[in-house]
Design a protein around this ligand. Structure first.
Ligand code: NAD
Length: 480
């Protein structure tokens, strides 16, 4: 246990913030931040797992109240250091927006459930009492994305620790510095709250090999993987209990009963949040023909820039690149140089110069356009005109590609809303709001950055990382 007090930690944090008002002044790597060694970062996955297991043993020995103290400290440090992680995340990955990343961290700090999410059940009857408790798995192996890197590390850590687990991360290599900064933050919070010095662990150079060691290690009892289809498939083939949070391509339907002014604003607000990196963000719109012009005009009033079909085709050749997949087939994939970039930067690539007030690129396309079919994760929003609700639902369901991840609708017609919700079968369905309302930002409910559609846990929280255990007392302990 560390002997450092909360006041001392505060002092260190304030010093870090003061000294690093500007991201360019920060000196960091996957193992150090401004000359300070990051805690819990290893070069060997086996060592990281052993350390995470020691963390798990320490958490097991704690009371729930002690666990909650650590979580409270994680929340405090996350709010205090959100500006550092937001700047570092953008600087390291080249993706997203600093102001929005800061808000994402604060959302995680405020709305990720803690130990209150772990609830026991009792059943009594003629034969006595049966107790069902949510127990930890042990050491969780977590693979995290480049799009919400530190947000996912902190959100998963809060939930997994609340459930009583230890955690080892294999973060995305392109976001390893900010991910490991978050691992270090969790460990500093643990020490400050009287927990173990090393509670969660990570790798200095995560690779597919280190992920493979994690997936097959006997001490790893649960795998939690947040990312695209490749990684979800990999962990689901591991032979272990796995929670998979995979790709989306969220469609939006706007019918002619919607408040078009609000719909235009909400869609642009959601689509441009962190430059469209969140997997829940609006990716393509199906608008009734009779309101499409008005919707486009409202979007333009909210920072959208309308490009022509020719410009859209030109931009498509820049943001999507052809690659040969493992089966030797040529496939289009998003250019990593374009994911999460500002709208003006993307437009400059096709010779269009606009100022920073442009938040989003919009264009009218047909259904088969690449902008509709691919999960771009950049502020480009194709709009497809439809004639009626049947056509809208048919095309929107097809564009979602069976991910069953997230869908949105702007309408006041409850039959339309119900019909789309039933047809699309997504984990999250947002009505008449920006997409981020679906993860508790301006909408009710808790937040997560691990939305587990494929394996069914949905909007994950501490209880998702538990296993149920039953204890039976026959014929006794009933008080009536
Ligand atoms: P990515 O799939 O490139 O990487 C995700 C993680 O998986 C990384 O840590 C990567 O190193 C690792 N990885 C990739 N293939 C692997 C394999 N075969 N074995 C082991 N590890 C592997 O994703 P990204 O670009 O960082 O994130 C964007 C994608 O993730 C999008 O498709 C987005 O929709 C999805 N995503 C989903 C959620 C969700 O909650 N459902 C959240 C964030 C991102």
């Amino acid at each position: 246990m560390a002997n450092i007090t909360e006041a001392e930690i505060r002092k260190i944090v304030e010093g870090i913030i003061k000294g690093t008002a500007n991201a360019s002044a920060q000196k960091y790597s996957s193992t150090e931040y401004n000359g300070r060694k990051l805690i819990g970062v290893y070069s060997d996955m086996n060592e990281a797992i052993d350390a995470a297991e020691r963390g798990y043993r320490a958490v097991r020995a704690m009371t729930v109240e002690q666990r909650e103290k650590i979580i409270t400290e994680i929340r405090k440090l996350t709010v205090a250091e959100a500006p550092i992680m937001a700047e570092m995340g953008v600087a390291e990955t080249g993706m997203g927006r600093v102001d929005h990343k800061r808000l994402k961290h604060i959302l995680v700090a405020d709305k990720t459930p803690g130990t209150e999410d772990i609830v026991s059940e009792a059943k009594t009857g003629d034969n006595g009492l049966t107790l069902t408790e949510m127990a930890p798995f042990g050491v969780v192996g977590s693979i995290t994305p480049s799009t919400n890197p530190s947000e996912t590390v902190i959100c998963n850590s809060i939930g997994m620790i609340a459930a009583g687990n230890g955690v080892v991360f294999n973060p995305h290599p392109n976001a390893i510095c900010v991910s490991n900064y978050a691992v270090d933050l969790v460990n500093r919070a643990s020490a400050a709250a009287g927990g173990p010095d090393i509670l969660v662990c990570s790798m200095d150079k995560p690779t597919m090999e280190s992920a493979a060691i994690m997936q097959s290690h006997p001490k790893i009892r649960l795998l939690v993987c947040t990312g695209g289809p490749g990684v979800v498939k990999a962990v689901l083939s591991s032979g272990k209990k796995a929670i998979g949070a995979g790709a989306g391509n969220p469609p939006v339907i706007v019918d002619d009963t919607a408040d078009i002014r609000k719909a235009g604003k909400d869609i642009i607000d959601g689509c441009t949040f962190d430059n469209n990196l969140p997997c829940i963000a609006e990716k393509e719109v199906f608008a009734f023909s009779n309101i499409a012009d008005q919707l486009i005009s409202e979007m333009q009033k909210n920072g959208a820039y309308l490009i022509t079909k020719e410009q859209a085709d030109k931009l498509s050749k820049v943001v999507l690149v052809e690659k040969t997949n493992k089966a030797g087939k040529t496939v289009k994939t998003v250019s990593r140089d374009c994911v999460g970039r500002d709208a003006d930067v993307l437009l400059a690539k096709i010779g269009v110069s606009v100022d920073k007030s442009v938040r989003c690129i919009i264009c009218e396309t047909d259904f088969m356009h690449d902008f509709v079919q691919h999960e771009l994760m950049m502020p480009i929003l194709p709009i497809v005109r439809v004639n009626n609700i049947e056509e809208a639902i048919d095309l929107a369901v097809k564009a979602e590609h069976g991910n069953r991840h997230t869908a949105h609708m702007h309408s006041k017609n409850i039959d339309h809303l119900s019909a789309f919700a039933k047809a699309v079968e997504t984990t999250i369905f947002v009505k008449n709001a920006p997409s981020y309302a679906g993860i508790g930002f301006g909408g009710e409910g808790h937040t997560t950055f691990t939305i587990a559609g494929p394996t069914g846990e949905g909007i994950t929280s501490a209880r998702s990382f538990t296993r149920k255990r039953r204890c039976v007392m026959a014929d006794n302990f009933r008080i009536i």
